[in-house]
Design a protein around this ligand. Sequence first.
Ligand code: ATR
Length: 277
Amino acid sequence: MSKHSIPLAGVIGYPVAHSLSPRLHGHWLQRYGIKGHYVPLEVHPDDLVEVLGAMGRMGFVGANVTIPHKETVLRLADQVTDRATLIGAANTLTFRSDGTIFADNTDGYGFIENLRQRARGWDPRGGPAAVIGAGGAARAVIVSLLDAGVPEIRLTNRTRLRADQLKSEFGARIVVYDWVHMNAMLDGAATLVNTTSQGMEGQTPLKINLEELPKTALVTDIVYTPLRTPLLAAAEDAGFQTVDGLGMLLHQAVPGFQRWFGQRPEVDEDLRNVVLG
Ligand code: ATR
């Protein structure tokens, strides 16, 4: 039992002002009548060890972690889930009453849950997934797709070496395609995922021709600013089912909130509207 009467949680980042997590968790706290607070915590990398060491004693039951701390916290945690180890980063910490820190990564879970909730008839086992990008977000997407039983992942990245590295790490079900031959990986694919920042507000859109993609395929983007990225707009116009990236953010927050505050929160239209402001 905590000696603090009001449980605290927060998001640790540097910078952190842009984070939508306070709005999201704040909404849930209010909705479920839970006495607690969720705050943004701007923590410089030089201060991270000290801050993490003190948070439990200050009444924090948990924290989300964002850029640039997601990899560092793995090394600082006392216990790490298998999925966080595989992804190589953590986004959800729990401060236990014995002073230890438990680290998890729920990004891949959020990715899959978003598709399960919003895509009609989508089954990850239904066919190959074409994944664009090989950065941190791609790792979470790949780990979760493999775990969900996808038969094959076709992977492409501007810097081919990073895609080859993921193949050497995650093995046989990954097939790497050249960036310039990206269109070839769409033939017969059941899912297309953009994990790069291309298409984000202020960035160049992704150049891809969707002609080879079967009409039954699902197209999704982890970018959610804008919600309708150029990729999703083109896919929608061509008649594909699409799912935007906002739900990944909403669903990745569920396991932390449940662990910290003892209530499994709902992800619904209401929440989307609150977070979008
Ligand atoms: P994140 O954690 O968001 O995935 P990251 O690890 O920096 O961030 O990875 C960014 C991804 O977006 C990478 O796949 C990156 O490609 P490179 O590995 O070649 O850098 C991709 N990316 C970013 N800007 C891009 C652009 N203009 N064109 C193509 N790919 C881009």
